[in-house]
Design a protein around this ligand. Structure first.
Ligand code: IMP
Length: 175
């Protein structure tokens, strides 16, 4: 298996991720049955999770992408930027798909921006959550894969300086 020197240990294996994402997909299938939701992927980190998640949701969904970034290296810059055009979400049941909730600055900002576009509903699905790092008090995703400790993780779409997104597992970066 490809285990780069920078990765200290594997936190969630490919098999564990597959099983958990299937469960999340089943929950979403129940919630959105009979509806036509719009799944909105937050690029780039959520891309791998998004690709797996939507294939586990059994309803006529549509997909869109939004680009937001808030990190430089392993330290949060505190800045959130949204690039490009806002997708048309007016009147839609939107599921915003993110890789990880950390301080929650990114998602709270994005949610506020998206709410201005008058979606019918807006829910958040995040693969990982680091509750101990929260800056935006009380923020919680509607669907969460795993809660983790204050660790910097990479793989399954998550990066450090744009690297390691291709790892099929979630691993902890060496400190
Ligand atoms: P927040 O705004 O602090 O919640 O940060 C959210 C963004 O920071 C995520 O979408 C990730 O891109 C990035 N991030 C936070 N923690 C990690 C991590 O452990 N590994 C990789 N990226 C992370």
């Amino acid at each position: 298996m490809y285990l780069p020197d920078e990765v200290e240990k594997i936190l969630f294996t490919e098999e564990q991720l597959k099983a958990r994402v299937k469960e999340l997909g089943e929950q979403l299938t129940k919630e959105y049955s009979g509806r036509n939701p719009l799944f909105l992927c937050v690029l780039r980190g959520a891309s791998v999770f998004f690709g797996d998640l939507i294939r586990n949701v059994e309803c006529p969904l549509e997909i869109e992408f939004i680009k937001a970034s808030s990190y430089v290296g392993t330290n949060s810059s505190g800045e959130v930027s949204v690039d490009g055009e806002m997708p048309n979400i007016s009147g839609r049941d939107v599921v915003l798909v993110e890789d990880i909730v950390d301080t929650a600055r990114t998602l709270s900002r994005l949610k506020a921006l998206l709410m201005k576009e008058a979606p019918k509903s807006l829910k958040v699905a995040a693969l990982l959550d680091k509750p101990s790092r929260r800056v935006v008090e009380g923020f919680k995703a509607d669907y969460t894969g795993y809660e983790i400790d204050d660790l910097f993780v990479v793989g399954y779409g998550l990066d450090c300086d744009m690297k390691f997104r291709n790892l099929p597992y979630v691993g902890v970066l060496k400190g």
